[in-house]
Design a protein around this ligand. Structure first.
Ligand SMILES: NC(=O)c1ccc[n+]([C@@H]2O[C@H](COP(=O)([O-])OP(=O)(O)OC[C@H]3O[C@@H](n4cnc5c(N)ncnc54)[C@H](O)[C@@H]3O)[C@@H](O)[C@H]2O)c1
Length: 399
């Protein structure tokens, strides 16, 4: 079958996943072009990933109207998913939409209505469902290995997350706050594992560390704390963000286009979200879940523990290990250890390539996506409830 024509909207860091995947797997699709409100970012990303025959579109309309395009990958910032997705669906193009689906329920409903009207596939990028570790754990629950699931304990500690405080993610108007931009992933996992409907959500969170520092400047270049601040970002040093040199280039291009410095102080930036928090979600099927998130982290890790009537499962996304304890088994017989490292060949513990493979397969075959539109909406709903609970101090009952 002929590879699908693909347009990318949003020359984001995350768009690198699509651009790299299609470079490595041209049998699935061919990048026809990219659209971004900052065209230089699009040009850079096409060059960086070797899509020299692709074009930089002048407008969203040009991208979704390109007759060579069968699918549009929406990789813009969170609050900018609706417009390109709706336009692409209206043009009859399949859509891959990054998580979170949207940052408000009104937008989610608009998107669902557009997807219902279209014959094209609307696919949500809930990659964690495709991570070998979580996929394995979910299968074990479905197979009945732990009996009836009672409780879920989950966390994410994200070292790179501190940079949110100099990016759009720090403001609710662009990303909904960390309970949406970050946690929608994890709430989707909790919903998926629990298999019920979230009925009550309680959250506590705090901006404990990245608080204003009167001794620091507005951004690193004008700050006198160069030698003492561990979060100092030296824009003149290309290795300053060695974990992601592309991030540095993309940041520079945005700074050139908007005049907003890319080295905004993580402490003094304006922000209306938190740096550590805990949410409790209660489901209508006698399952309870907790989720701890922190971007004041010493490393990056994502873990989940499942307690059931007949067993216990523990999974670690970054270690690629799942451990299983059968209840009442003889000591020494457990835990059973499943090493999934061989399957961790792409980002997010091997999830990213699996996700894109699945997207193109759904487009080709009509197979149902693993995350439905309502799943996408449900994860936003739980995130919004956690946010409201933190704001008010009260649990939120979901209708
Ligand atoms: N699934 C995952 O694991 C995962 C990981 C990282 C990011 N993401 C998601 O990917 C998306 C992009 O995040 P990022 O951090 O890579 O973003 P980014 O800040 O690197 O880039 C965002 C891009 O969107 C562009 N943009 C903004 N509004 C636009 C519009 N209306 N039309 C066209 N372009 C527009 C910006 O100019 C910028 O180039 C977000 O939704 C984020 O939550 C998902």
């Amino acid at each position: 079958m002929k590879p699908m024509g693909v347009a990318v909207v949003g020359a984001s860091m995350r768009s690198s996943m699509v651009l790299k995947y299609l470079k490595d797997h041209p049998e699935n699709g061919h990048i026809e072009g990219i659209y971004d409100i900052i065209p230089a970012r699009g040009e850079y990303m096409l060059k960086q990933y070797g899509h020299s025959d692709a074009r930089v579109y002048d407008s969203l309309e040009q991208a979704v109207g390109d007759p060579d395009v069968d699918a549009v990958c929406v990789c813009t910032s969170d609050g900018e998913h609706v417009k390109p997705s709706v336009a692409a669906l209206a043009a009859g193009k399949h859509v891959f939409c990054e998580k979170p689906m949207t940052i408000t329920l009104e937008d989610a409903d608009e998107l669902i209505a557009a997807a219902q009207k279209s014959r094209a596939v609307f696919y949500l990028g809930m990659n964690l469902r495709h991570a070998p570790v979580f996929d394995q754990m979910h299968k074990m629950v479905q197979e009945g290995k732990i009996g009836r699931l009672l409780a879920i304990e989950s966390n994410e500690h994200y070292f790179g997350g501190r940079t949110y405080f100099r990016r759009w993610n720090r403001l609710r108007q662009y990303g909904g706050g960390l309970w949406i931009t970050k946690a929608c992933h994890d709430f989707d996992l909790l919903n998926w594992f629990a298999g019920g409907k979230a009925k009550r959500v309680f959250g506590v969170s705090s901006l404990s560390h990245y608080k204003p520092n009167p001794k620091a400047g507005t951004h690193c270049r004008v700050c006198g704390l160069k030698n003492e601040c561990p979060d100092y970002f030296d824009v003149s040093d290309p290795k300053a963000l060695s974990w992601s040199p592309e991030n540095e280039v993309l940041g520079r291009l945005t700074e050139e286009a908007t005049g907003v410095p890319r080295d905004i102080c993580l402490y003094n930036s304006d922000k209306d979200t938190f740096d550590n928090g805990i949410a409790i979600v209660e489901y209508d099927n006698d399952v309870r879940a907790t989720y701890t998130v922190s971007v004041v982290a010493s490393m990056s890790t994502r873990q989940m523990r499942l307690t059931g009537t007949d067993g216990f499962i523990e999974g670690d996304l970054h270690a690629g290990i799942v451990k299983y304890w059968k209840r009442y088994a003889k000591e020494g017989d457990w835990p059973e250890v499943i090493d999934l490292n061989e399957k961790m060949h792409s980002g997010h513990g091997g999830a990213d390539d699996n996700l894109l493979y699945d997207f193109f397969e759904c487009c080709r075959t009509g197979k149902k996506p693993r995350s439905s539109w309502m799943d996408g909406r449900a994860s936003v709903q739980v995130g919004l409830a956690a946010r409201e609970s933190c704001d008010t101090g009260n649990p939120v009952i979901l209708g």
